[in-house]
Design a protein around this ligand. Structure first.
Ligand code: ZN
Length: 124
């Protein structure tokens, strides 16, 4: 098993809040992964499989609450005297790497807005 592949996987897992540790000895990788069912100890491919399964599960559960605004895509278009744009905001979740859909962005903004209005002081 390539070390770079394992490193990437472990980095992803840690970003998602999965507790995992990989120990290398004589070129053999031993995985210790903590998930809901308990702690898994596995070697090489079986360790990778368990970790990938756990990453998938966490991704499904991720609510992308820490999603960050990355910038815009698209632009303005001119055709046959018409002007339109397909400018979209790009939001990405640093925890699971998911790019949010327009609907998800709208929901996230709603939540952020609700949070700020709750904590706001009354004007008088
Ligand atoms: Zn996410």
């Amino acid at each position: 098993m390539k070390k770079s592949v394992i490193d990437r996987l472990v980095k992803k897992a840690i970003a998602l809040g999965i507790e995992c540790q990989v120990i290398e000895s004589d070129g053999i990788h031993a995985f210790a992964i903590r998930c809901e069912e308990g702690t898994h100890l596995a070697l090489e491919e079986s360790g990778v499989k368990i970790l990938q399964r756990e990453i998938k599960r966490r991704k499904r559960q991720c609510r992308h609450e820490k999603a960050e605004f990355m910038g815009y895509t698209g632009g303005y278009h001119f055709y046959a005297g018409e002007v339109w744009d397909d400018i979209r905001e790009v939001w990405c979740c640093p925890q699971c790497g998911h790019f949010l859909t327009e609907k998800q962005v709208a929901r996230l903004k709603q939540r952020l807005y609700e949070k700020t209005t709750v904590t706001e002081e009354p004007p008088f």
